[in-house]
Design a protein around this ligand. Structure first.
Ligand SMILES: [Zn+2]
Length: 337
């Protein structure tokens, strides 16, 4: 059993689930907890609830002493330096919430904050499918569409709130209202929730499908199964979502000359069905590289990516000292030039 000094807490607050882990500096997850985001209630109750669950997690695996620090991944727009969630489109009532200070005080350990998609990207970049790339983007298809951007071997933060809000890039011909209050955002059609909403609309319109269950219950997991057996609804929705992601990704690749895009999050289970239309758009419009110089791949770490990304965040913040989670860039990115 490692001493408490060798462990840290990672908290990943998603639009659907809250996940947390007690993790060693070597990246081993000693204890894990998850519960639905809907259980959080309003911002008033969430801190006490999260703190209690994190304390229980510590007691489970490390009864002596405290972990060294807490890394928080929060959805939506954040102000990193102040540790504040400015707004979370998929968590009603979260406005200007000083979550870092509140949780740090409740647990009596230092805490750092980043966007949940950034933590996911850090995890895939350090340990998963983006490893070795100097310039890459990791997308998460979950309740929304998040992204983390690695440029010249660093997480790109931008000037104001968290960067790479790819889910809120508007698309022509998309008329759905987004959780952010705007209309036509990518995530209304390409997030896991957006794709399930497309299925519900398809069923309400009485279009052809082999799905026989309650429309309220459909999700991308069920749609994957249906698609593998030729369901026209699921295949069409995945094709359209893949195309929408492809259009946005093409813009990002052509703007930044990236080597790779890693697609993660729950909706990425449908990668094989999303990829053909996504890659078709890219192949027709990519100008900064040839298709065999880039890679577009499914994430390798699944739900553990943000927890492992938290390790990288704490390392960057200096909590492990120098040298931990060493980043070494090989001469070439896999699939790269
Ligand atoms: Zn939006």
């Amino acid at each position: 059993m490692p001493s408490s000094e060798d462990t840290f807490l990672a908290l990943d607050i998603g639009g659907t689930n809250v996940k947390s882990g007690l993790i060693t500096r070597g990246g081993q997850i000693l204890a894990f907890d998850t519960f639905p985001s809907t259980d959080l209630g309003g911002p008033e109750t969430l801190v006490a609830m999260i703190a209690a669950r994190l304390e229980a997690l510590c007691g489970e695996a490390s009864p002596s002493g405290k972990p060294r620090a807490l890394a928080i991944g929060a959805p939506g727009w954040i102000r990193r330096a102040e540790g504040v969630v400015v707004m979370a489109p998929n968590l009603p009532g979260w406005k200007n919430l000083p979550i870092t200070r509140l949780l740090s005080q409740a647990l009596d350990i230092p805490a750092v904050l980043d966007n949940d998609a950034n933590l996911y990207a850090l995890g895939e970049w350090h340990f998963g499918a983006g490893k070795g790339c100097a310039n890459e983007i990791t997308l998460t298809l979950g309740t929304g569409v998040g992204a983390g951007l690695i440029l010249d071997g660093k997480l790109w933060n931008g000037s104001f709130t968290s960067a790479a809000e790819i889910g809120h890039i508007p698309l022509q011909g998309v008329d759905r209202v987004c959780g952010c209050g705007r209309t036509g955002c990518l995530e209304t059609v390409a997030s896991a929730r957006g794709m399930a909403n497309s299925a519900r609309k398809w069923i309400a319109d009485r279009r052809d499908t082999t799905y026989l269950g309650n429309p309220d219950d459909i999700d991308t997991l069920a749609m994957q199964d249906l698609a593998s057996r030729g369901d026209p609804m699921s295949l069409s929705i995945f094709r359209d979502a893949g195309e929408a992601i492809g259009i946005v990704l093409t813009g990002v690749f052509n703007l930044l000359s990236l080597e790779a895009a890693v697609i993660g999050g729950g909706g990425s289970g449908a990668f094989e069905f999303l990829a053909p239309s996504m890659l078709d758009v890219l192949s027709r419009h990519l100008v900064t590289a040839t298709m065999d110089q880039i890679k577009v791949v499914k994430g390798a770490l699944g739900g553990n990516a943000p927890l492992l990304g938290a390790a990288a965040l704490l390392s960057a913040a200096g909590y492990w000292g120098r040298g931990w989670v060493a980043i070494s860039l090989p001469d070439t990115c896999p699939g790269g030039p």
